[in-house]
Structures are given as C-alpha cells and as structure tokens.
Design a protein around this ligand. Structure first.
Ligand SMILES: [Zn+2]
Length: 329
C-alpha cells in the first residue's frame, strides 16, 4: 500500500488502499468506515441511520448503557484487525493491513481482569500519548493495592468509612475488582450500572449494595464502610456531605496522582497512581513493539513525546486532534 494519508479533525482520518476510515469520530461520518475504540464518552459516537461502525460488542453494550447508540456494529472487516488495547473492557486498537496501527487509549500493563495492549508491526503508528512525559512512571499495581488496603484498614480502626473514587467506567471496575473484601461495600449507582455490563461479560465483581445519592445519602451506616464512586471533587455536595456526616476519607485514583498535590487539587484526602493508560516507559515499548517507519502522537504530551521519539531515531510528529495536520508520503 502506498499514498496513505493521516489527518486529524473531528476524529482521525485515514485513507489507505482505496478505503477511507474515520477513527474515533467526533461527529457524523460520511463516506468512511467509522471505528470506535472504546466506550468512554470522549470516544463514543452516535451512528447515523444505516451506518456501519467497527467496534467490539463490549463497546457497543457499554455505550448503550450510557445512552449512546452505536447502531450496527461489526468486529470483522476484511483487511482489518482489532486488538485488545488493555484500556477498559472491550477497548480495541485497530490495524489496517500492515500499513497502519491506531492504539485508541491503551494500557501497557495487565491489571485485574484487563490485559495489556497487544502490538503488531505496522508501517505507520498513531498512538495516544496522555502520559508521554518521563515523570509519568506508574508503580506496580500490587504496591498500590497494598498501600490502599493499609489505608482502609487504619481508617476502619478509627471507625471511618472510605470512598474510593475513579472514573465510573474502567477505573471503578478495577477498584471493585481489587478491593472486594471490605464490608459493608457500596457501589455508587453509576458505578453499579457499568459493573452490571461487566458481569454480563463474565467479569466477576463482588456483590454490593447500590447507592443512590438522591435517596441514600442520609441512610448509610454509622461506622466504617467502603464505597466505590465516580471521581468527583471532594468539595462537591455529595462528597462534602459524606465527609461531614460520616467522617468519610476520600481517596482518588488516577495516573495524574504521580504529581504532587493531585489529591488536594481534586479535594481528596489521598490519591494513588492507578491508570488505564500507558506510562512513559510503556509508551516507548509500545512504539518499539509496533516498530513503525512513522509515528503520529495524539493527546497529552503529543509534541514532547514526538520530540523524544525523534531523539530515539523514529520519524515522529504530533497529530493534534483539533488542529488539522495533513501528511502524505
Ligand atoms: Zn478512554
């Protein structure tokens, strides 16, 4: 294949081998095959009538549970390969022939029920670079689990409940999986809804009562409990209430927690680096795994990471999502 074109603007446009693709479209798709890498709201897409969307079944069902109809989805298209990207349940990278590999959001390590991003050789790599700066190196998941269990344990000793906060899709299921044994355990209802879709796909998460903030905010037990809840500011209405009424300890989980002061910036008491993305060394090894001639970087540290890759000998350039960049070769 030759004359492949990659450009950005309301998604990533790829023209190769006489076919047009729109990867993670951010608007209507005309005259191209759409690919939706996973069900986070910054990636989901509302299909127009009769449109065919490349996505995994899990992505279709998770999107549906969040109110987005992907319409008719397919996992098999000639000359196209979907590979687990390890980011959340059902997340996929796409490989078009051996010409182009697009990661979507990707994790470079297996954690709980999720695998790591699989790589295959391709001539062009388009990769996310959310944490594409050397200070982002995440600790082993086992270490985080040990520290968090220690924190919960000492909070229980003092009779204080703990709220574990992460994105309701992805992070919250990891938390549900990693911290199943504390009792009583509650899932915020938006977490519970996503957990249910996971259960349909055979991911075993502990049973717990669903917490409806509109009804249950004043009827939680006094004394310690654990709740898994969406990441929200600790100064917001619900979290401030849980803190005031029950003495809850708020714990935030995110890759950004590598930064000093992250917990305070989201109004939490503690934070731990637990990410669904590659850290910097994992991004480098992902690029090496694909062994491309050309790399396009998107999101986060796109410019900085492309610069570092050039120093390592790769032909790399940033592909900003909202700034049209066209390269033909
Ligand atoms: Zn994502």
């Amino acid at each position: 294949m030759s004359g492949t074109t990659v450009s950005a603007g309301s998604g990533i446009h790829v023209e190769t081998g006489g076919r047009r693709f729109l990867l993670d479209p951010k608007g209507p798709v005309k005259g191209a095959l759409a690919f939706v890498s996973h069900a986070h709201v910054d990636h989901v897409h509302v299909a127009s009538k009769g449109e065919l969307v490349i996505a995994s079944k899990e992505t279709r069902d998770l999107a549906k549970a969040r109110g987005y109809d992907l319409g008719q989805t397919v996992e098999e298209v000639e000359g196209v390969e979907l590979l687990d990207s390890g980011h959340i349940l059902g997340s996929r990278a796409i490989r078009i022939g051996d010409e182009l590999y697009y990661t979507g959001d990707a994790s470079g390590r297996a954690r709980a029920f999720l695998g790591k991003c699989r790589t295959r050789k391709a001539r062009i790599l388009v990769t996310e670079t959310t944490y594409g700066s050397p200070e982002y190196e995440f600790p082993q998941t086992a270490k985080v689990v040990r520290e968090v269990n220690g924190l919960i344990s000492s909070s229980y000793d003092r009779g204080r409940p703990v709220v574990l906060m992460g994105y309701p899709l992805g992070k919250a299921q990891l938390l549900s999986y990693l911290f199943p044994s504390w009792e009583p355990l509650f899932y915020h209802q938006s977490v519970a809804a996503m957990n249910e879709v996971h259960a349909e796909y055979g991911v075993r998460l502990a049973a717990a009562a669903s917490f409806d903030p509109a009804k249950d905010a004043d009827s939680l037990p006094n004394g310690p409990w654990v709740m898994i809840a969406p990441l929200s500011n600790g100064r917001g209405k619900l979290m401030a209430h849980l803190r005031r009424k029950y003495g809850a300890v708020l714990v935030a989980f995110s890759g950004w927690a590598v930064r000093r002061g992250y917990a305070a910036s989201v109004g939490a008491d503690y934070s731990f680096p637990l990410s669904d993305h590659c850290d910097y060394p994992e991004l480098v090894s992902l690029v090496r795994g694909v062994s491309p001639e050309v790399v396009y970087t998107t999101h986060g540290f796109a410019k900085e990471f492309a610069y570092d890759l050039r120093r390592m000998g790769f032909d790399a350039r940033p592909l900003s999502s909202y700034q049209s960049t066209i390269s033909e070769f």
